[in-house]
Ligand binder design. Structure first.
Ligand code: DND
Length: 214
């Protein structure tokens, strides 16, 4: 009797087994937050470079609902920005969409978002991707001193911005691409071509919906 009892008792716990088999590995996920008004090929190139250079499992594009930093920046409805993102990332298995800020509504403070995401996904390490212009602006972000404990910031170089920061930043080299959403909007308003600056399905959507004409 006692021998049977000894044999059936688990020798190692489930946790130990998972450790041995490597099943408890933490997911490494990139988050690319932005207004994406609209998404352009510069964004896609940098996200791809960060994902592949850091060996991330996923890079999720995260459109904000209301950008926290610029009152003057009039972003079009999140519905349009989201649809353009969806069209832009289609067919790339590395890329995904994180819609938590749009669903939450209101002003999209990254700190609030990361508290929520970390609670929902305690098994995930997040890498928050920012252009060098945004790195310079980090000291002004809401609760930045707490936020740096929740994510690893990944900085992507951008012409005209020094890759320096008082905060810990993982710098990734990517081709410097001189495309900006402001320039894209200006081109639409002045009837210039977006070909090769923005993915074709996004160009089609902008035309179909008559976005950025004024
Ligand atoms: P943007 O509105 O600048 O995004 O916002 C970037 C992210 O920062 C969003 O998730 C915001 O919620 C968050 N943020 C900003 C300020 C304050 C706080 C949070 C806070 O919580 O207090 P854009 O759509 O304009 O651009 C997306 C990203 O792409 C940016 O990081 C931008 O620097 C970068 N980027 C380029 N980087 C290199 N080369 C280029 C780029 N074009 C855009 N050509």
């Amino acid at each position: 009797m006692s021998q049977v009892a000894t044999l059936t008792r688990p020798v190692i716990s489930v946790e130990m087994k998972e450790q041995i088999l490597g099943l408890d590995h933490r997911k490494q996920v990139g988050l690319f937050g932005g207004t994406f008004n609209p998404i352009h090929n510069g964004h896609l190139i940098m996200a791809q470079q960060v994902g592949s250079q850091l060996g991330l499992e996923k890079v999720n594009f995260m459109p904000d609902n209301k950008p926290p930093h610029r009152d003057t920046k009039r972003a079009i409805d999140p519905k349009h920005r989201m649809t353009m993102l969806q069209a832009a990332i289609q067919g790339n298995p590395l890329f995904g969409l994180e819609l938590t800020e749009v669903k939450r509504g209101g002003v999209s403070y990254t700190y609030d978002t990361m508290v929520t995401l970390k609670a929902q996904h305690p098994d995930t390490d997040y890498y928050f991707i920012v252009g060098a212009d945004m790195v310079n602006y980090l000291p002004k972000w809401y609760r930045i001193d707490d936020l740096v404990d929740l994510v690893t910031f990944v900085g992507v170089k951008r012409r005209g911005y020094e890759p320096v920061s008082p905060y810990p930043i993982l710098w990734v080299d990517s081709p410097l691409i001189e495309i900006s959403s402001t320039d894209i909007r200006h081109r639409v308003a002045t009837n210039q071509s977006l070909k090769y600056l923005v993915p074709d399905p996004v160009i089609d959507y902008i035309e179909k919906e008559g976005l950025y004409r004024d």
